[in-house]
Design a binder for this molecule. Structure first.
Ligand SMILES: CC(C)(COP(=O)(O)OP(=O)(O)OC[C@H]1O[C@@H](n2cnc3c(N)ncnc32)[C@H](O)[C@@H]1OP(=O)(O)O)[C@@H](O)C(=O)NCCC(=O)NCCS
Length: 154
């Protein structure tokens, strides 16, 4: 399928992120990064400009490697359920890496749900810490990271 990825206001992807990642939260809830002016929100959109994928990029220290500078967190990865497995997430991650590189980021990290670890691995992330239970969801996660293309990690 054809997917374009755009930098958007967080409001554009908020409902997708809520419905997929925090379905028990009320519609309209502020999601992660929505109150952070440094957050970069990306939307994957289809031919009709419908939002079908999302992510949020946040300049934040990586708890697993606090000494590393220029680190960005990737979060809010969500694709509309009936369009998964068609490359929407791949397009969103690729654009996310480019946006982070453009802003001088050197390392991107995420808290990966166990079910998404293979997806992140496919995009160059490695697990670099033990499994932990996410405080907000109770879902098991792994810390994962990768160097940002065009940059050499320290
Ligand atoms: C994780 C998530 C965002 C991935 O989005 P997606 O749009 O399905 O991503 P892609 O289509 O690029 O890749 C997904 C899988 O489909 C496969 N795939 C990619 N392109 C494909 C294509 N054209 N045809 C068939 N399969 C394809 C990939 O191999 C990939 O498999 P993997 O999980 O083993 O890596 C999506 O599954 C999702 O919203 N999950 C629920 C929320 C979630 O867990 N978010 C992550 C929180 S850490």
């Amino acid at each position: 399928m054809t997917v374009a990825v755009r930098v958007v206001d967080g409001a554009a992807t908020r409902e997708l992120r809520r419905a997929v990642l925090r379905p028990t939260w009320p519609v309209g809830s502020l999601m992660h990064g929505d109150d952070n002016p440094q957050a970069v929100h990306l939307a994957g959109v289809d031919e009709d400009d419908r939002v079908i994928g999302s992510c949020v990029l946040l300049p934040r220290p990586y708890p697993a490697r606090p000494e590393q500078d220029a680190t960005w967190q990737l979060r809010g990865m969500a694709t509309v359920a009936d369009l998964r497995g068609q490359g929407v997430g791949a397009s969103v991650v690729a654009r996310g890496l480019a946006e982070i590189a453009h802003r001088g980021g050197r390392l991107v990290w995420c808290e990966a749900r166990v079910g998404a670890v293979a997806f992140y691995r496919r995009h160059g992330f490695v697990v670099d810490g033990p499994e932990f239970e996410h405080a907000e969801t109770g879902i098991p996660h792994f810390p994962m990271s990768r160097a940002v293309p065009g940059r050499v990690g320290t």
